[in-house]
Write a protein that binds this ligand. Structure first.
Ligand code: SAH
Length: 353
């Protein structure tokens, strides 16, 4: 069909938006629920398969929307059960999605942008800059595809982390629509408390998110205990300084009553010394929060080294001594380059990308 590329993805739309469209077509509202059921419970791949819809409606859907086509460029499976996909999009960009298997369920890590413009010095996702935002539907499709992989085992996606490539709070509307679609009881019905969105600290979006009235978890990539060091590691800190990010966190906590997670990637000799832990503790003391310590993942383009194990424990101990809750992130998928942007970076080396 000639306008195929201009049609929006059906996965872009929340059930309310589909209902609005349905009403415009003069069809009864309950059709929206049926469509959602086909998309997210039965998980069909075409409108033709939606057999309880009248044929003219199926044709209209087909004329107005399309399905997201994620082609599997690579699928790597780790010994620990982690699966990493490299998906190709319709415009030939490539994105990564990771499924992690835990004893408490299956978690999917989704990507929100092709590349990233945040520029964190330790992160592989940002190396080629930002190519484009993903639409809500392209984020949704990553979860649907992951669920399809689990279907034969009768397993379900039980949690989602928005911690793949990209900055979700610079693609705010698509991210919010994605979240609304994921938590819809008529769809995949993922529990809000089992979803975490992670941001590098885009303050205006953080303030907006505080007003959304959801139970979705918020994580902040803090990675440094003060403004100067954070600016060195994360150029975005010059746009939204450390203190403003911390204040936005306090506002969020006050507004929602929800605990915030701070992600802190420990980089040998850079931000992992006992004095950094003490300084971080003094900033976070008394806040409803939790620190997740992440041994930095090796990025070939950077010369960062990992913090020795004992020093990681020492960092954690100092935080805890100051009554700041801290855990060390368990690592998965080491053998398959599962960390942020690594697979796509490799792929881009071998294509013109
Ligand atoms: N842009 C968002 C979403 C990315 S989430 C954000 O910055 O939060 C991915 C998390 O992994 C972030 O906390 C990010 O800072 C972290 N990360 C990126 N590269 C890493 C690396 N090499 N080692 C450890 N953590 C890394």
């Amino acid at each position: 069909m000639e306008n195929e590329q201009n049609k929006p993805f059906i996965y872009d739309f929340t059930i309310d938006q589909i209902q609005d469209w349905i009403k415009e077509q003069g069809e009864p509202a309950f059709r929206a629920g049926q469509i959602f059921d086909w998309l997210y419970v039965k998980r069909v791949g075409s409108f033709e398969d939606m057999t309880n819809l009248p044929k003219p409606l199926r044709d209209k859907l087909n004329d107005s929307f399309r399905f997201v086509t994620l082609t599997e460029i690579t699928k790597m499976s780790s010994k620990d059960g982690t699966v990493k996909f490299l998906f190709g999009l319709h415009d030939n960009h490539a994105i990564e999605t990771v499924i992690m298997r835990h004893n408490y369920g299956n978690s999917v890590c989704v990507t929100t942008q092709v590349g990233c413009r945040i520029g964190c010095t330790f992160c592989a996702s940002t190396l080629g800059g930002l190519k484009r935002d993903l639409t809500a539907g392209e984020i949704v499709a990553q979860v649907v595809q992951s669920q399809k992989l689990l279907d034969p085992e009768d397993e379900r996606v039980s949690s989602i982390v928005i911690m793949g490539s990209g900055e979700p709070f610079e693609n705010y509307d698509a991210t919010m629509n994605f979240l609304r679609i994921m938590i819809d009881p008529k769809g995949l019905n993922i529990g809000q408390r089992h979803i975490t969105v992670s941001t590098s600290g885009i303050v205006p979006s953080m303030l907006k998110f505080a007003e959304e009235n959801t139970q979705i978890n918020l994580a902040i990539s803090i990675h440094a205990p003060n403004d100067a060091l954070r600016s060195k590691l994360m150029p975005v800190n010059r746009r939204f300084p450390f203190e403003d990010v911390i204040n936005a966190c306090k506002y969020y906590i006050e507004k929602t009553g929800r605990r915030i997670t701070f992600e802190y990637a420990l980089i040998g000799g850079v931000n992992d010394r006992p004095e950094h832990a003490e300084e971080l503790a003094s900033v976070l003391q008394g806040m409803l929060c939790h620190v997740n310590l992440i041994p930095v993942n090796y990025v070939p383009e950077r010369d960062y080294v990992r913090t020795p194990r004992d020093d990681i424990f020492e960092f954690q101990r100092i935080l805890q001594k100051n009554n700041v809750n801290a855990t060390i992130r368990r690592e998965q998928g080491h053998d398959i380059a599962a960390a942020c942007g690594q697979l796509r970076a490799k792929h881009m080396e071998t294509t013109t990308g």
